[in-house]
Design a protein around this ligand. Sequence first.
Ligand code: UD1
Ligand code: CA
Length: 501
Amino acid sequence: MPSELATVILAAGKGTRLKSDFAKVLHQAAGLPLVAHVVRAVTALGRARAGALTWVVVGHQADLVRHVVEGLGARTVLQRPQLGTGHAVAQALRALPRSVRRLLVLPGDAPLIRTETLRALLALHQQSGNAATILSARLPDPAGYGRIVRSESGSVEGIVEQKQLQPEQRGLLEVNSGMYCFERATLAALLGRLGRDNPHREYYLTDLIALIRGQGGAVGACLAPDPDEILGVNTRAELARVDALLGRRKAEALMAAGVTLYQPETLAIDADVSVGVDTVVERGVELRGATRIGRRCRIGAFSILENAVLGDDVIIRPHTLVFNSRVAAGASVGPFAHLRDAADIRQRARIGNYVEVKKSVVGENTKAQHLTYLGDATVGRDTNIGAGTITCNYDGVNKNPTSIGDYVFVGSGTELVAPVRVGSGAYIAAGSTVTENVPPDALAIARSRQLNKAGWARTRRQKLAAAKALKDEPPMGVRLANARHRPAKRPRKAALRRRRK
Ligand code: UD1
Ligand code: CA
């Protein structure tokens, strides 16, 4: 029984209409390749343990597609050259173990399909004893899809591709999803009889339906409850639509699970993102990849989190970027902060505006509130990193580490020239350029001593003003010509002189 059913996902085509250098099924919607969505919907059927009986037909960019689907536990069959959907299924049939009696065939470019719908299709097929059962849908705009042709009594007689529709068939609204359940014996008997008499000179799997009927075999069709589920991607416009629908579905699932989303239509949340109860996501936020967010967090407007892991009660202020980084419970980050890569912000730490953190640990309760760069640094707990502190971690060749202990006070505008260590409890005077290790509890001052020169600034201003007056004076000839028309004394200059006293 467990090996009776296998799923075959067709993913060998190039996707000419996308006008892309990449295979169609590798294009991403909701942060995952199209084909990955399909493999997952199948895996969730739970029949094939770890997807062992999910086979993907690969061809165009076979290695890249193989990499994606094998990572999800599916196996692959090579189809080369790609001579159509019927030809693709024929390749798979040869690779399948003999124990497989029944096939679920799916296109790799329709990522919205739900596991429940596949389950319903399988159940109908099994109960009916059909040779083939098609998942169909009624689309408001059926353009581009094959149409289901029924007899007057309602039985399914065939599928006609868009380009081959007869004038009287143009009004048919029931479309072929490209998802079917077949008895293996039927495929084995009839696939070899497919022809290529069509504009693309391909072996169309859809032609099999009329062949089955011609033999007196039974074909059924079950209507998808939600027509969006069958939407395939042939063009960039369809890719955008499918991505938006997946995003909306994700947003609705999160809201149903107790997450507050303001203006969900402005958000982009990838399929694998998880968000805890009572977290609030403000508008314009992108949550990408394997981002996991705890409970009661707030994600500020226009922030982007990619593969971020946030504990509970974390505040991400607006316009913050978090990539491949962790933020522990109660910490806050932003606004306008950048956790670039491998930042590890510990509990209740505070990362403020215009702070960049890369490959660094920022300890519990530690604060770096303004205009700071921490790279390759380990900062202990309850330490204060003053405004404008910079770890000079790169010497032009190597990245060097900075270590700062607990309860340290780093004054504003400090440069820490790595490799360097600052012991716990130490104090660094503002504006220091620290090149030597600082022992625990020491004060480090690393700047030149200040000298005040009395009156220097006033003298300088006077000199500048005198030079300017000389420059403004017109040349002698002009002065003589103007003398007749002007008062001898210039009030403007006199006023200036008075002011100086
Ligand atoms: C196909 C159906 C159409 C249906 C639509 C639903 C055929 C002839 N037509 O049309 O009735 O309404 O899907 O989305 O089947 N592929 C291969 N090898 C090939 C050719 C295609 O693996 O040689 C794969 C593609 O990568 C794709 C899938 O099969 O994932 C469907 O092919 P596509 O060219 O997109 O078919 P449609 O024209 O959409
Ligand atoms: Ca398609």
